[in-house]
Design a protein around this ligand. Structure first.
Ligand SMILES: Cc1ncc(COP(=O)(O)O)c(C=O)c1O
Length: 459
């Protein structure tokens, strides 16, 4: 039993942390001893209490967790970030995080290079929301009266951030595949007043990719700022198993004005690690501010000079830098193969669902997110059954998600009545490379859960 338990969470890598800690300590050997922080009698008690409290979680690290956007960090990210926490660097000013600021600049330059940008302005953030805030704030600096528009399937953060920034916001209709409809956008552009279009590269619900070639053609015609929210899908630029149409969108990504990508989603990092990039480095002028307490130690760029947040976790930059050392952001490399496995898992699950008459599917996944519903006489009934399958699956240790999506996304069979505009469907984000090997097991458990809700008909 002990052996079984020990294989669930990786502990093999822990001795390496000690070795690395000793190497780190050697760099400060010249200091007079000040005594390491004492453990204190309560430490063990509280830490074990924490371990017990944390048992109250879904097993996000396990392939049977196939629900929301949650992906375990790579061991190197976990260990490197933890190592850095012994120093607790702050990547605001170089004084507070010298090595980790340099590591951040290097890691961010590698992400920019993945998008084909050699020159860029960019930095890490606490997550996708802060990164998009900076991108929309910049849009407002450049065009304070211009509206922000994003698709109806864009992350809710864009309307909320626009309100925060007091910029007008409007949603643009999507096609039946959850992508911004270029005709609807053109209709809105004809009315004038649009400052920035947000293209979502990997929508949160379905992983749909807005049609970037068409949006770029509209930008040529109408002139607006184009921001890509690639918080979820950005890294898939490296994957070789996308459809030709999806690939075309990724190929044009270098032409947008700003990009958000979240290392804490598909970049194997612990929360919080987002990233915002601007194509034009001269936009750094908008960040200009005085700080009477910092920036004196060198003329070199302090990341706080180009970031809205002040204190930021140096440990996040260290984890990302280490991960990119081990798994470079290169097409054909191990990191890219991980993304390809996730996508292969989604295609496999989609094909099984599509070939099974118990289920109703939507469009084929563009990335690694699959949505489906049980077949029923009415959409309301299918929604109710989806909720029950979700519960039954959880009881069998398969953790799925639910989403409320437009009925138009689904290929309803003849006779299935659309008595509601939206369908509550099952959703699976197959983010872990191991999901590819686990689709068979996931399918088996889904079958059992489905059978309890829709027993096979006689005959
Ligand atoms: C497309 C997209 N943009 C932005 C966000 C917000 O990112 P975060 O949760 O890191 O703040 C998400 C989160 O799922 C997302 O999917």
């Amino acid at each position: 039993m002990d052996n079984l338990t020990s294989s669930i969470l990786d502990k093999e890598s822990l001795p390496l942390l000690r070795e690395a800690l000793e190497r780190l300590e050697a760099g400060f050997a010249g200091l007079p001893p000040a005594g390491a922080a004492p453990a204190g009698p309560g430490l063990e008690r509280v830490l074990l209490q924490v371990a017990e409290r944390l048992q109250d979680n879904y097993p996000y690290f396990h392939p049977l967790y196939a629900g929301q956007m949650l992906k375990p960090p790579h061991p190197v990210a976990r260990l490197a970030a933890m190592l850095a926490i012994w120093l607790n660097p702050n990547n605001h000013a170089l004084d507070g995080g010298r090595a980790s600021s340099h590591m951040e600049k290097e890691a961010v330059a590698e992400i920019a290079a993945m998008f084909g940008w050699q020159a860029h302005l960019g930095h890490l953030t606490s997550g996708g929301t802060m990164a998009n805030l900076e991108a929309l704030w910049m849009a407002g600096c450049l065009n304070p009266a211009g509206a922000i528009v994003a698709s109806t399937q864009a992350h809710y953060t864009h309307s909320r951030l626009s309100a925060l920034l007091r910029l007008p916001f409007e949603a643009i209709a999507c096609d039946r595949r959850g992508r911004m409809d270029p005709l609807a956008l053109q209709g809105r552009l004809d009315q004038g007043g649009v400052g920035t279009v947000v293209a979502t590269i990997g929508t949160t619900a379905t992983g749909s990719i807005d049609p970037l070639p068409e949006l770029l053609a509209l930008r040529d015609q109408y002139g607006f700022r184009l921001h890509a929210d690639a918080a979820y899908g950005g890294y898939f630029r490296l994957a070789s198993n996308l459809t030709a149409e999806t690939r075309r969108a990724y190929e044009r990504l270098p032409e947008v004005d700003s990009i958000v990508v979240d290392p804490h989603k598909h970049g194997l990092q612990p929360y919080g690690c987002g990233c915002v990039l601007f194509k034009d480095p001269s936009l750094g002028r908008f960040y200009k501010h005085d700080s009477p307490y910092t920036y004196f130690s060198s003329n070199e760029l302090h990341l706080g000079e180009i970031s809205l947040e002040c204190s930021r976790a140096g440990a996040a930059a260290v984890g990302l830098w280490a991960t990119q050392q081990l798994l470079p952001l290169a097409a054909g490399g191990e990191f890219a193969r991980g993304l390809e496995s996730s996508r292969a898992a989604a295609l496999d699950l989609f094909a099984r669902l599509n070939g099974d008459e118990r289920f109703v599917t939507a469009f084929a996944p563009e990335l690694d997110i699959v949505v489906w519903a049980p077949r029923a006489a009415r959409v309301s009934e299918a929604s109710d059954m989806a909720r029950r399958i979700f519960v039954e699956a959880e009881q069998r240790q398969l953790y799925l998600a639910l989403a409320n999506l437009p009925v138009a996304f689904f290929d309803l069979p003849a006779g299935m009545q659309a008595d509601r505009d939206t369908l509550t469907c099952l959703r699976s984000v197959l983010m872990k490379p191991e999901h590819q090997a686990w689709v068979g097991t996931i399918w088996e458990i889904l079958g059992q859960a489905t059978q309890t809700v829709m027993p096979p008909r006689d005959g």
